[in-house]
Design a protein around this ligand. Structure first.
Ligand SMILES: Nc1ncnc2c1ncn2[C@@H]1O[C@H](COP(=O)(O)OP(=O)(O)OP(=O)(O)O)[C@@H](O)[C@H]1O
Ligand SMILES: [Mg+2]
Length: 468
């Protein structure tokens, strides 16, 4: 039998408690038991368990209370106690709350032994990789890069912090944001920073699969399950076994499929189409959408119960125009990537190119930037920096780029543009028209030089000052 891992079990019903203790010790864990939250807390402090399996409804101190105390920590306790909560049938809502409080996973009663075994094994594995991940994280945090995600701006750093915090757990995450903002990259990063990393990451775009095929794509099917099912097919859930499944544009799924998905998420059991037997599923599910999920719920596209189940955590990716300070770093990372991909040796970005990039509105976000950089890298001579001449013809034309003379220069602002965005365009264009002379630009704009500097800093243009 395995390990020395200490598991504390808290449950007020004596038979259930004895049963759990026997089961868990039988798998080679060291166990202790407690009959309520207070006793559990006292034993936790004295015995320092790695894992606590706790019922939610208990006298004196309930499971939530215990969870909160454990999360707070205390002398005698290791930094991270992994908590698995047991919930009564039908109290998913409480389980979700527990996950938000930091529980690692939950299990519905009556307890399914196989599933409990899997959770404990995962929790043990998670503890082993935590230290390893912490080292990686520290290094990444310092460099404004998280995995393949680039961004030193405040909104991106906040997102990186959240990703680090929730990556190791099993909680579902709903990732929202406009197209091209990096939602899939966030999902991959969550996977890469989790103990599931060695297992597959599978992404399925629900909007791209015809309704008639989607169930089979996700759940798999047996031979002969329906006309045309000539062979048995493994679904995405099974492909992602032990790993992570990203459901992209989940609101595009037919409502009946959403209901089936919800059942798999709650029961963690799956039945292939046309199969009579169910199988265990050990998959972390992430979802992404570029629509407003609450709007999708209101319109009846996304089932409210599924939304609730997926949205335990929400990561909202800001559009690029709201974190332009990251553009220079993003561009640099993308140039490196494209240099590799196309075997080129392009070096950096010329000031005029950076101006054009910074003045653009980026409706297509980081993806649009990546495409622009890829094209430019291919056109640019080796050893030289990317130049505005390498941008596609008409790039940013709708923003009325162009006339370097102040006379006759126009900044066109579309209805729907935010005031701060209009301000940014006006400032950058004026600066351009003033030949990058900040004193003159501040004069024209009627603001102090200090205000202009602050604004430029906000836009990530302070770096340029270092250069020029
Ligand atoms: N913060 C970032 N750092 C580095 N690269 C990024 C970042 N954000 C996005 N990218 C790159 O931009 C491109 C688009 O990202 P991704 O596919 O994750 O967007 P998405 O939000 O899933 O878009 P869609 O809604 O259209 O599916 C990818 O090539 C990705 O690598
Ligand atoms: Mg995507």
């Amino acid at each position: 039998m395995q390990n020395d891992v200490k598991v504390l079990i808290a449950e007020d019903e004596p038979n259930a408690l004895a049963g759990l203790a026997e089961l868990i010790s039988g798998w080679g864990y060291r166990t202790e038991t407690a009959r309520d939250g207070v006793e559990a807390w006292e034993k936790a402090v004295a015995w320092d368990p790695a894992i606590v399996v706790t019922d939610l409804k208990m006298p004196r101190l309930d499971g939530m209370g215990l969870l909160a105390k454990l999360a707070e920590g205390g002398s005698g306790l290791s930094a991270n106690v992994t908590v698995v909560v047991l919930t009564a049938m039908g109290s998913i809502q409480l389980a979700v709350e527990a996950m938000k409080l930091g529980a690692y996973d939950f299990l519905q009663k009556p307890v399914d032994a196989t599933r409990l075994k899997t959770i404990l094994a995962n929790a043990t594995r998670q503890r082993e990789t935590t230290i390893e991940l912490e080292v990686v994280r520290r290094r990444l945090r310092e460099s404004g890069v998280l995995g393949r995600l680039v961004g030193g701006s405040r909104p991106m750093r906040e997102i990186f912090g959240l990703i680090e915090q929730i990556a190791p757990s099993n909680v579902p995450v709903l990732i929202t944001g406009e197209s091209g903002t990096g939602k899939e990259l966030v999902a991959r990063t969550l996977h890469d920073l989790s103990p599931r990393k060695p297992r597959p990451f599978v992404a399925v775009n629900c909007a791209a699969i015809p309704e008639t095929l989607i169930e089979s794509e996700i759940f798999g099917h047996e031979k002969g399950a329906f006309t045309g099912a000539i062979e048995r097919r493994v679904g995405c859930f099974e492909l992602a076994s032990g790993g992570t499944l990203l459901l992209d544009e989940v609101g595009e799924m037919p409502s009946a499929t959403q209901a089936k998905l919800l059942r798999v998420l709650e029961e963690r059991k799956l039945r292939r189409l046309g199969s009579r037997t169910e199988q265990e599923v050990d998959v972390r599910v992430l979802a992404a959408t570029n629509r407003d999920p609450r709007h999708a719920v209101a319109q009846g596209h996304l089932r409210a119960d599924l939304f609730y189940r997926l949205n335990v955590f929400n990561i909202h990716m800001p559009p690029l125009r709201e974190h332009m300070a990251d553009l220079p770093d993003l561009a640099e990372a993308m140039i490196n990537e494209m240099n590799q991909k196309h075997s080129r040796r392009v070096s950096g970005v010329s000031p005029s190119m950076l101006d054009r990039l910074m003045a653009h509105n980026w409706p297509g976000n980081a993806r649009e930037l990546r495409n622009a950089i890829e094209r430019a890298v291919v056109l640019c001579p080796d050893g030289a920096p990317l130049d505005a001449a390498h941008l596609p013809p008409g790039f940013g034309a709708d923003e009325s780029l162009g006339s370097p003379a102040l006379d006759g220069s126009v900044v066109t602002v579309r209805v729907g543009t935010t005031v701060s965005e209009a301000e940014r365009l006006l400032i950058l264009r004026t600066l351009e028209a003033a030949g990058q002379n900040k004193t003159r630009a501040a004069e024209i704009l009627g603001v102090s030089l200090k205000t202009l500097h602050n604004k430029l800093k906000e836009y990530g243009r302070d770096r340029e000052e270092v250069r020029s």
